[in-house]
Design a protein around this ligand. Structure first.
Ligand code: UTP
Length: 244
């Protein structure tokens, strides 16, 4: 059973500057909710109530968002605005939130390893809140947990991207399982390949189910593209063993 969801949220968000100069990327709103709230809602919908968040310097707004603001609550109590806080209040009452800080931003793989202290030795979900996923049926994480229950191995979400954009993503190659073209056993993964070298146009998006052996693999993973410790490189180890 997947009980915990890890949210790596320590990155600098440089691609969104200047919006992210003093505001965490994960707190940027879509309509009236910050991105990370959508991620927490998706995890909760998948039956997960323990949220483990990897933060860093300048990210305190995330902790404050998932906490009560007494002054604000007092100010709007009994007014027409009170229902605006209903959703976030409900999330706070249903979930627990724990935090750890990544001291040096050495990449997504390193951020996930930093979260080990909050996860322990069990399979877990990972949500990159800046990938906002919507669905007409079950949420993406719910669908991925179904795949995990069936295959008991790591699971990554993929989407088809235009071939000329593969250099923005981790790209997979794989063999269809289940007789459908929706689920693949991954055979190869490449981080941000040049379109000429990309094995497919199937790109990894920010949703993962990881088995806990990933932590030891990351510990032994050398910095890759951009000098960062890449989760894609660690996952490739599992993929080579047919475990993604
Ligand atoms: P991104 O590469 O999208 O985030 O990482 P970034 O590094 O913040 O963005 P740019 O490249 O500077 O624009 C995906 C997720 O992993 C987290 C980010 O916060 C984001 O949610 N991350 C990335 C960490 O927590 N730590 C890191 O060292 C790197």
């Amino acid at each position: 059973m997947i009980k915990k969801c890890l949210f790596p949220a320590a990155g600098y968000g440089t691609r969104f500057l200047p919006a992210t100069k003093a505001t965490p990327k994960e707190m940027l709103p879509v309509l009236t909710k910050p991105l990370i709230q959508y991620g927490v809602e998706e995890a909760l919908e998948a039956g997960i109530t323990t949220m483990a968040i990897v933060t860093g310097r300048g990210k305190r707004a995330i902790e404050d968002h998932f906490d009560i603001s007494y002054e604000l609550e007092h100010q709007i109590k009994g007014t027409a605005k009170e229902p605006l806080l209903a959703e976030i209040r409900s999330l706070i009452s249903q979930c627990t939130f724990s935090y750890t800080r990544q001291v040096e931003m050495k990449g997504l793989g390193h951020a996930i390893l930093t979260g080990e202290t909050l996860i322990g030795n069990e399979p877990f979900a990972v949500v990159l809140a800046d990938d906002l996923c919507t669905s007409h049926s079950d949420g993406i994480l719910s669908q991925m947990i179904e795949v995990y229950d069936k295959y008991q191995c790591s699971v990554v979400a993929i989407e088809e991207v235009p071939k000329e954009e593969t250099d923005k993503y981790g790209v997979i190659a794989g063999n269809p399982v289940d007789g459908t073209d929706h689920t693949y056993r991954v055979t190869d993964m490449v981080e941000k390949p040049d379109p000429k070298e990309a094995p497919t146009n199937m790109a990894i998006i920010g949703r993962y189910i990881l088995t806990p052996d990933i932590f030891n693999i990351i510990r032994n993973t050398k910095p890759g593209k951009g000098g960062e410790i890449q989760i894609t490189d660690a996952l490739l180890e599992q993929a080579k063993a047919g475990r993604v």
